[in-house]
Design a protein around this ligand. Structure first.
Ligand SMILES: [Zn+2]
Length: 498
């Protein structure tokens, strides 16, 4: 559809125009990872009504644009990388479930290479996805500006369809087409985000499309349930183009997983402090809850990474089941008026709200300024927007729980860090039923604790509602609590002990 007017179009002025457009726009609606984040450089708490988000790295995007061949390489490499990352995740998830089924203790599973790789992969997938979105955003803007007749939504639709065909080509003859189709779904989700947030600038579109999306999603999931098993090393078939730094997914995951081993606290995951004051802000075990020390049968349902378009459904479901949850939110999301309103609704309906950093960065990898932004600025701006100061914080990927200097910043803000002991891995698994099964297996082993969901995926909305039914069933003798509720209760009980 495009078209260079001459061999070497006005790249420089084009690039400037594109950058200027982004610079005057608002913050990006989606979670971003450390590599892409210009820490400390963001505007403070002003809430905007969101129109076009800005790519995380407009300068980099502009450089790519200035050389169309390189742009094409990058774009294709990222598409392939997304498919490969999805496949790799499917393999890792299978292994995680095998370990669970074999009765291996969760404390051991947490320390396994497989779990570390899942944490690493989660981060890398987000990074690839946002980098791809950035490239497309610039590309869309370029098309619209050089062709005044083009509408953004039409351009996105065209790109979605093109990307779909490209991935279908990758998949044809692949080792496991079903999983690859699910990977395609993942890429499409990314385009839907672009469409909803970037093009229409209206998060309600997401909600209107929710049921339709879910239907498509469920059709793929139904096939998955027929027992397809991902083939070991299937991800290698979708290996991204080599030679570009940072885009070799499997190698990146290996490297990052090794780093995560030092950044995540695993030793004390089997025990919360048993003598009081049980929980308080600090760098010791008492400042990092896992839920392992909760009274038997007590569970806290927690949601990360929102608010997003899907969050409204989660709040509706909680209301229907008369349950309260704890939401760990990204300040970046709260800076958009529609999402700030969701955060306020959570508070109004009795849910607990907490901070999950500014942009979902891998905090220990950041400079001092970056860490300050992700924790201190995040909390200050959160407070300005929602009118309540968070007392609880969750590091993205749990990364930094084992790094005293990071934990100190959290403690200095008077916050307790909240880990989890049940990981649903709902960001990788598109099947709500297997998400619920994975949660139940872990819950049965532990008997109490903190369940981790992400309120930004359709499958998580469905899976967590199913789990609400289980938690509420009197036959299961479960009490659900918010994090502040249980901390206050346990600390009061400890203080009353002789
Ligand atoms: Zn998160």
């Amino acid at each position: 559809m495009t078209k260079k007017k001459n061999g070497n179009w006005a790249v420089t002025s084009m690039t400037l125009a594109v950058s200027a457009t982004f610079a005057s726009a608002c913050t990006s609606p989606t979670t971003k990872t450390a590599e892409n984040t210009v820490a400390g450089g963001r505007n403070p708490a002003s809430v905007n009504s969101l129109c076009h988000p800005t790519p995380d790295d407009a300068a980099e995007a502009a450089r790519v644009l200035a050389s169309p061949g390189r742009y094409e390489d990058k774009r294709r490499a990222r598409l392939r990388a997304m498919v490969q990352a999805y496949m790799l995740g499917a393999e890792l998830l299978d292994h995680y479930d095998e370990m669970l089924d074999s009765g291996k203790p969760l404390a051991k599973i947490r320390k396994s290479v497989t779990y570390l790789k899942l944490l690493a992969l989660h981060q890398i997938r987000q990074s690839i996805r946002h980098s791809l979105e950035d490239i497309y955003m610039v590309k869309i803007e370029q098309e619209v500006q050089t062709n005044p007749g083009f509408r953004r939504d039409e351009v996105v639709r065209k790109y979605t369809s093109d990307a779909g065909e490209e991935i279908q080509d990758l998949i044809r003859g692949g080792p496991d087409t079903l999983y690859a189709r699910l990977a395609l779904l993942d890429v499409k989700e990314s385009f839907e985000d672009l469409q909803d947030y970037y093009v229409t600038c209206d998060h309600t579109v997401f909600q209107r499309n929710f049921d339709k999306r879910l239907a498509t999603h469920n059709a793929d999931v139904e096939e998955l349930k027929k027992g397809a098993k991902v083939k070991r090393n299937a991800h290698k078939y979708f290996e991204p183009l080599r030679g570009e730094k940072g885009l070799h997914v499997a190698d990146l995951v290996d490297r990052l997983a090794r780093e995560m081993r030092d950044h995540v606290e695993f030793e004390n995951l089997g025990r919360d402090p048993q003598s009081g004051p049980i929980y308080k802000a600090g760098v010791g075990t008492y400042g990092n809850m896992t839920g392992n020390g909760f009274p038997k049968g007590t569970w806290a349902l927690t949601y990360d990474d929102g608010p997003a378009g899907t969050t409204t459904k989660v709040i509706d479901n909680l209301k229907k089941h008369d349950m309260k949850a704890t939401f760990f939110m990204l300040t970046q999301q709260l800076k958009m008026a529609a999402y700030a309103a969701m955060g306020k609704r959570e508070i109004a309906e009795g849910h607990a709200v907490a901070s999950h950093s500014y942009t979902h960065a891998n905090v220990p990898k950041l400079s001092a300024a970056g860490r300050q932004h992700e924790i201190v600025d995040a909390v200050n701006d959160f407070t300005t927007i929602l009118g309540v100061r968070p007392k609880y914080f969750r590091l993205p990927y749990g990364s930094g729980t084992n790094v005293t200097s990071v934990r100190q910043i959290i403690a200095d803000q008077g916050m307790i860090h909240v880990f989890w002991n049940v990981d649903t891995l709902d960001w990788q698994d598109k099947n709500p039923d297997s998400i619920v099964q994975r949660a139940l297996k872990q819950m049965n082993q532990l008997g109490k604790g903190i369940i981790l969901f992400h309120d930004i995926h359709p499958q998580s909305v469905v899976a967590s509602e199913k789990l609400m039914g289980y938690l509420k069933d009197p036959a299961n003798h479960i009490r659900t609590v918010t994090i502040p509720e249980i901390v206050d209760e346990m600390n009061a009980a400890a203080a009353a002990r002789p």
